[in-house]
Ligand binder design. Structure first.
Ligand SMILES: [Zn+2]
Length: 515
């Protein structure tokens, strides 16, 4: 996820995986969403069920969603909730918690109907749902993030799902969900949440990255930006990403762009990412900025989407459970999004180094530097943690960059952070999680004890980052003012043999110092 509030303050500043099914395939949960009737700006959702048991007596709306690290409490947006038996007779229900309704006779329930207010246009006093993670419903379009529109009977998180959208005939629909028989299919609730739907007056475009079809869909409130423009803006970055990763771990990918007055950032998914960004006349400069955000989200196809702990794998939509590893999920992703553009020659080292200086200053001036990345990670759902959270894009990326140099140094330029992450992705995967409490020991076993010390100092603890010392190993000098404020980096034109060797490995095949 990216929250552009932290980006606008600096440079650039959010999953879900199926659980196994058991025995005969359970009957799918069949949802219908009426997008035709928008007069009262409420989503009208009906769900057909049969064979609910006492274990499914609670109907659950999401408290949070993967990769967002925020409390959402979607139950707050429910405006009416009813259950009916096979004859259409109402069965009593009661709200028993912020996100829970109790069905008095679940075994007799055949249909549940509820209305839901869009998060975009509903004011709440706390825990405002991020725009890119929410829902909107208006005259010419609608954004449906699964957790913001769909609830589920408790105990049915791994039940297959089908969704029928009743939409105006001139509306187009963009989603990575497959469609069959007029219904969108999801393996389970996790995949539904992981596959947002954008519908309405959209433009489309497509390109191919390492043989993988990549689709782009754009809603632009005043038609200032279209999908072809973004395709052209992102093309080089996507091919550089493909080269950096070797082979994309996905067989299709969908970019969903949403441009209107406000804008807040982006959210990654297994087969796509979505963006809520301010609409303005399209310029190559804005295209570049959007591409930087897209580079970050696209890199999430590596982690957490294909390299994550059990906390992400068996996601708890009822109670937020923090992971220790936002340094990996967000920090290394932010680092990779910039480093791959350096290594592919898309951005010169001077621009990359200037970005680092900006991140250093944002970390120093904007956040509490005594908070370790692990503490930041474990407290991301708390109010105080939320205030520090955006620093994961600053200090998290800085630490990932230092870890890359350390790994390159220890391996005499052979293996950097990209290699370590690729190895871990092979050892684990989309459906094979690592244990949240064992990743560090796995990394040390794969590398060296010195990496354990590094992780203790700069991830588990919040010691002052050795940026000056580490970049000096590449013959790059950090210039600071008398108060230690980072000003710029200077690349030494006459590095030692050793510095040059490490710098060459760090720059990558096509990296260049200046443009
Ligand atoms: Zn992210």
């Amino acid at each position: 996820m990216t929250n552009i509030r932290s980006l606008l303050r600096a440079t650039i500043p959010v999953l879900c995986i199926a659980t196994a099914a058991h025995g005969a395939a359970p009957a799918p949960l069949r949802y219908t969403v009426n997008l035709k009737d928008r007069a009262d700006t409420l989503f009208k959702v009906s769900l057909r069920v049969d064979r609910l048991t006492a274990a499914n007596a609670i109907f659950q709306f999401a408290a949070t969603a993967p990769g967002t690290y925020q409390i959402m409490d979607i139950g707050r947006f429910v405006r009416s909730f009813h259950a009916y038996d096979a004859g259409g007779k109402e069965i009593s229900t009661a709200r028993v918690a912020t996100n829970q309704w109790r069905l008095s006779a679940p075994t007799r329930v055949r249909e549940i109907r509820y209305t839901m207010a869009p998060t975009w246009t509903t004011t709440v006093t706390e825990n405002q749902v991020y725009l890119m993670c929410g829902s909107s419903l208006s005259e010419d379009h609608s954004l449906l993030n699964g957790q913001a529109v769909f609830g589920m009977p408790k105990g049915m998180q791994s039940t297959p799902i089908s969704v029928q959208l009743l939409a105006p005939t001139d509306w187009k629909v963009a989603t990575s969900l497959k469609k069959s028989g007029g219904r969108y299919l999801a393996d389970d609730y996790d995949q539904l949440v992981d596959s947002p739907i954008l519908a309405g007056r959209l433009t489309f475009s497509r390109l191919n990255v390492t043989g993988v079809p990549v689709d782009i869909a754009v809603y632009s409130a005043h038609d200032q930006i279209n999908a072809d423009q973004l395709r052209d803006a992102m093309r080089d970055m996507l091919s550089a990403a493909g080269e950096f990763l070797g082979k994309l771990p996905v067989d299709h990918y969908m970019f969903l762009y949403y441009f209107e007055a406000r804008g807040q950032g982006a959210w990654e998914h297994s087969y796509g990412s979505e963006y809520s960004l301010p609409e303005r006349p399209y310029t190559p400069q804005y295209g570049k900025q959007i591409t930087d955000i897209a580079a970050h989200e696209f890199f999430h196809v590596v982690t957490p989407l294909n390299l994550h702990s059990e906390i992400v794998e068996h996601f708890n939509f009822e109670t937020p459970v923090p992971s220790r590893h936002l340094w990996l999920y967000e920090g290394s992703t932010e680092w990779a999004a910039h480093k791959m553009q350096l290594e592919s020659g898309l951005k010169p080292a001077t621009e990359y180094l200037a970005m680092l200086v900006q991140k250093m200053n944002t970390d120093r001036a904007g956040y509490d530097t005594t908070w370790s990345l692990t503490k930041l990670s474990l407290t991301s759902y708390s109010d105080s943690g939320q205030k520090q959270y955006p620093n994961i894009y600053q200090r998290g990326a800085l630490v990932a960059g230092l870890l890359d140099i350390k790994l390159l140094e220890l391996s005499h330029g052979e293996r950097g952070l990209r290699d370590l992450i690729q190895d871990l992705s092979k050892q684990f995967g989309k459906k094979r999680a690592f244990r949240d409490d064992s990743l560090i020991s796995i990394i040390i076993a794969r590398t060296e004890p010195a990496i354990g010390e590094f992780i203790n100092s700069y991830i588990r603890d919040a010691q002052h980052l050795p940026i000056k010392e580490y970049y000096a190993k590449l013959g790059i000098t950090l210039i600071e003012d008398e108060k230690g404020k980072p000003l710029r980096f200077e690349v030494d034109p006459n590095p030692t043999q050793e510095q040059l060797k490490l710098r060459t490995a760090w720059l990558g095949k096509r990296g260049k110092l200046v443009s």
